[in-house]
Write a protein that binds this ligand. Structure first.
Ligand SMILES: [Zn+2]
Length: 184
């Protein structure tokens, strides 16, 4: 990860008690914030879940289940590509951290970008049903996820890949319900 992150101040990595958890100690707050804001990170195409430590808790007891992603909402009329509408759409997916409304340059008007934190144990949304106001009818708007790692194409969860899908193994999901999204 040191090579991928390219932090200026340096980072010390320590494996925690031979578990699959690692502690990352950044020399500067700038580096720490940069890495947290740059999520999601992957290692060997698997999602690397990061959480801030308080210094008192046992690292093995910390719940690692929420990850922030940039989500693109396509097909919205320009008048609805605002922070207000982004907040409303994003809250249907998870916790909203930031909204970038009308885009500049090449991507102007193509999509709305929302930074959303959501539970990786729940299926990814492929679209969102949204009614901007009482005059406009509710419509389905397609979603794209930036830097999406490998995930389960049977059930749409980021917590495992196809070979580890329990729903598929017990026959509850036979066909792959998801295709690969086009991501940036
Ligand atoms: Zn699955």
């Amino acid at each position: 990860m040191k090579r991928i992150w390219k932090v200026k101040g340096g980072v010390v990595m320590t494996q925690w008690n031979d578990s699959d958890r690692w502690l990352f100690s950044f020399k500067t707050d700038f580096d720490r914030c940069k890495i947290l804001e740059g999520c999601p990170w992957t290692f060997d195409n698997a999602l690397l879940l990061l959480e801030v430590m308080d210094g008192r808790s046992d690292p093995l007891m910390i719940l690692l289940q929420v990850q922030k992603f940039w989500v693109r909402v396509s097909g919205l009329p320009l008048t609805f590509q605002s922070s207000e509408f982004g907040e409303r759409i994003g809250s249907k997916l998870g916790s909203v951290h930031r909204v970038i409304g009308r885009q500049e340059g090449d991507s102007a008007g193509r999509f709305l970008r929302i930074r959303v934190g959501f539970n990786i144990h729940r299926p990814l949304h492929r679209w969102v049903l949204f009614q901007p106001n009482q005059i406009v009818a509710a419509s389905k708007y397609q979603l794209e996820y930036e830097n999406l790692p490998y995930f389960c194409l049977y059930c749409g969860r980021l917590s495992h890949v196809c070979s580890g899908c329990q729903l598929h193994k017990v026959g509850k999901v036979v066909e792959k319900q998801y295709g690969r999204w086009k991501t940036s």
